[in-house]
Design a protein around this ligand. Structure first.
Ligand code: ADP
Ligand code: MG
Length: 341
């Protein structure tokens, strides 16, 4: 950490569907904000970003729209995503030198066109050298696994828009599946539950808060009751109802079962030697979804494998991306192929 680190602004970016986390070389994590943008529909100008835009979710008027440009794990709105990245970088470093290097993690199932879009965004934001790394690879490095070893490791990264499941060995991804079922789908399942069973409409943020507070994948030691505010679907009037943690678990069962099915499928697609490694070492859970109560236990029960939750699941991907940035030579073989520099 010499004086140079003060001027060095090489960045590692986890451009997540729910949260964007930025790591600065020599410094560590310098920004963690929701990947949400509020913009003026007429001019397309960004009016708020991150936490500030999150406060506006579901509360905007007709001229302002809030969107999550990365919604399903890829760039849904190119222009807005680029604007978001540029503004976030500006926020951490007002005069980020355009000669800088940036490593960005992207979903493993990304297409060439989508890769191009991410690269272009970073370049337009001022980067001269852009490297891409698959999210599960970054997550594996972030939790300290030796990805170069001839040993199989399974990582399940459950974010907002996507769950990425991958088996990694010898610096590469051997088997992978990416599905668009993760945190957002759980929130949606909770919204649907209240619509169907309580005749009330609740917002996305309320649904997420319920999931985080009382959502679970296995029975809780102490089941709880909660008060939920929404709008009565029959008379349109706001009201409060009572719900239980049991019914929330029931509502979450479908998305959770789907994720577990894909974990099983991925295990079936894994070569036997690597499957044997996973039997010994277990499954690593990362991403915000890893924090869902009882998810590890449920996965353990249904796969009979050991399951470990990363220490800071939300930061696994950015930490790994940061490690790659700090040791580019050591990790050059895990980067996604693309343009050479
Ligand atoms: P992404 O990489 O897609 O940006 P993250 O890894 O940041 O996503 O995880 C965000 C998701 O994790 C959101 O759907 C959020 O609701 C969920 N999440 C965060 N904390 C918890 C928690 N304690 N329990 C359940 N889900 C959680
Ligand atoms: Mg992520």
């Amino acid at each position: 950490m010499g004086i140079f680190s003060l001027f060095s602004a090489d960045l590692a970016v986890d451009l997540g569907t729910a949260n964007t986390v930025i790591y600065m070389k020599g410094k560590g994590i310098v920004l963690n904000e929701p990947s949400i943008v509020a913009f003026d529909r007429n001019t397309k100008r960004i009016v708020a970003l991150g936490n500030e835009a999150r406060e506006m979710l579901g509360r905007t008027h007709k001229d302002i729209a809030t969107i999550r440009p990365m919604k399903d794990g890829v760039i849904a709105d190119f222009e807005i995503a680029e604007g978001m990245l540029r503004e976030l970088i500006k926020r951490i470093h007002a005069n980020w030198m355009p000669s800088r290097r940036i490593v960005i993690s992207v979903p493993s199932g990304i297409t060439e066109v989508e890769k191009r879009a991410v690269r272009d965004s970073a370049e337009h934001a001022g980067a001269k050298e852009v490297h891409l790394i698959a999210e599960p690879m970054a997550a594996a490095i972030g939790i300290g696994l030796d990805v170069h070893a001839p040993v199989g490791n399974m990582v399940v990264d459950m974010g907002g828009g996507t769950t990425e499941i991958a088996v990694i060995a010898l610096s590469g991804i051997v088997t992978e599946n990416s599905i668009r079922i993760a945190g957002d789908e759980m929130d949606e399942a909770i919204i649907q539950h209240f619509k169907k069973n309580h005749n009330i409409l609740i917002g996305e943020r309320t649904a997420e808060a319920i999931k985080i507070e009382v959502g679970s994948a296995m029975p809780l030691r102490e089941e709880v009751r909660i008060q939920v505010k929404g709008r009565d679907l029959v008379n349109g009037i706001p009201k409060t109802i009572e719900a239980t943690s049991e019914e929330i678990r029931e509502a979450l069962n479908e998305p959770i079962t789907t994720v577990i099915d894909i974990v099983r499928l991925t295990l079936e697609q894994t070569p036997p030697e690597l499957a044997a490694d996973i039997l010994d070492r277990g499954i690593m859970l990362t991403g915000g979804g890893a924090l869902l109560k009882g998810l590890d236990e449920r996965l353990r029960l249904e796969t009979t494998l050991p399951v470990h939750v990363a220490e800071q699941p939300i930061f696994a991907v950015v930490c790994g991306t940061g490690t790659v940035l700090e040791n580019l030579a050591k990790y050059s073989n895990v980067l996604l192929k693309g343009r050479r520099y």
